[in-house]
Design a binder for this molecule. Structure first.
Ligand code: ATP
Ligand code: MG
Length: 313
């Protein structure tokens, strides 16, 4: 549904987006991540035909953003970084205006406007002018205008920015619900949001793609990936630690005293090639008759992965 083909954007000597290519299929929710100024919004503006690329192109639903921009706009919903700006219109007037611009009239138009007001919880603000809305409500209006024509492709630039925790959850649920039928790109700075919502992530830094994969794959780059953490009421004896160390494929064993008297002891066992060692560790502790209160594999830390990919690059 979305094919980005060697897309670049220069502002004078600054290369904001540097020759990026990726694809998004129907059913995918692509998380677009990167530090401030990495080029996320610039990419999204090019994909939604708001600015022209310096070189390269993209196809949305098979239509080229350079040569078929009207067709692209028809099948695309775009939530810009800063929400809509017709400040003197009321929410209702604005959404009616957008519906008309999208070519709807009569009952169909009213139905769509009402459905979207309900979906984005805007009813209490329908007669308020946009300039008097709080940040989160303005964001919801932006979301509503992007969805009103139920487009098969959605480009959402920080869709949950400024929303309260309840609304964040609702918008995430809504995005997940719509995903089956659509191809979605969303940018976010919230790594947990990406993990919770996205099927895939593309990380960019200084305009270049530095990672492209499922959240799972990205997490596997974490130093802690597949480390086994064990919580115990008593400290491990030196002999048990020794037998853990001697297991095949174990790199290191670290023990941590409880930070507070009521906390458990913690032992971490590191595999030498991030392989799965949970079974081995469990067997070893059982053989040594160790009573454990908790044991699990670390899934890795996305913030560490993000830092490593984007710092100093
Ligand atoms: N119109 C413009 N003129 C000159 N430089 C621009 C323009 N728009 C963006 N830039 C620059 O391009 C780079 C990429 O900006 P962009 O807005 O795409 O970043 P971003 O990844 O969306 O960042 P953020 O996380 O802060 O939203 C930045 O260095 C920015 O200053
Ligand atoms: Mg941005």
């Amino acid at each position: 549904m979305i094919e980005v083909d060697r897309l670049s954007k220069k502002y004078g000597s600054l290369v904001a987006v540097d020759n990026i290519s990726f694809q998004v299929n129907k059913g995918e929710i692509l998380g677009f991540l990167g530090p401030n100024g990495a080029g996320k919004s610039t990419t999204m503006k090019m994909l939604s035909c708001f600015i022209t690329p310096t070189s390269g192109t993209a196809r949305i639903g098979g239509k080229d953003i350079l040569t078929e921009s009207m067709a692209v706009r028809e099948i695309l919903g775009y939530l810009p970084e800063s929400a809509p700006s017709y400040k003197s219109m009321t929410v209702l007037e604005f959404l009616v205006f957008i519906a008309e611009t999208r070519g709807f009239s009569g009952q169909e138009k009213s139905n769509r406007v009402e459905r979207i007001i309900e979906l984005t919880t805007l009813n209490s603000a329908r007669f308020q002018t946009i300039d008097t809305l709080s940040k989160g409500f303005r964001q919801r209006v932006g979301f509503a205008q992007a969805l009103i024509h139920d487009p098969p492709v959605l480009i959402l630039d920080e869709p949950t920015d400024g929303l309260d925790p309840n609304q964040k959850q609702e918008v995430r649920a809504l995005i997940r619900k719509m995903a089956e039928e659509k191809a979605i790109i969303l940018s976010t700075h919230i790594l947990e949001e990406m993990e919770a919502v996205c099927t895939r992530a593309v990380i960019i830094n200084h305009g270049r793609i530095v990672a492209d994969g499922s959240p799972q794959t990205l997490l596997s780059h974490s130093k802690m990936f597949n480390t086994v953490t064990v919580k115990l009421t008593d400290n491990l004896e030196a002999t048990t630690i020794e037998s853990l160390r001697k297991l095949d494929g174990i790199n290191d064993v670290k023990t941590f005293a409880p930070p507070r008297p009521e906390d458990p002891f913690t032992v971490q066992i590191f595999p030498n090639r991030k392989q799965d060692i949970l079974g081995q560790v469990k067997d070893c502790l059982k053989t040594n008759n160790i009573e454990i209160s908790e044991i699990y594999r670390e899934k890795g830390f996305m913030d560490e992965v993000f830092r490593n990919l984007t710092l100093g690059g």
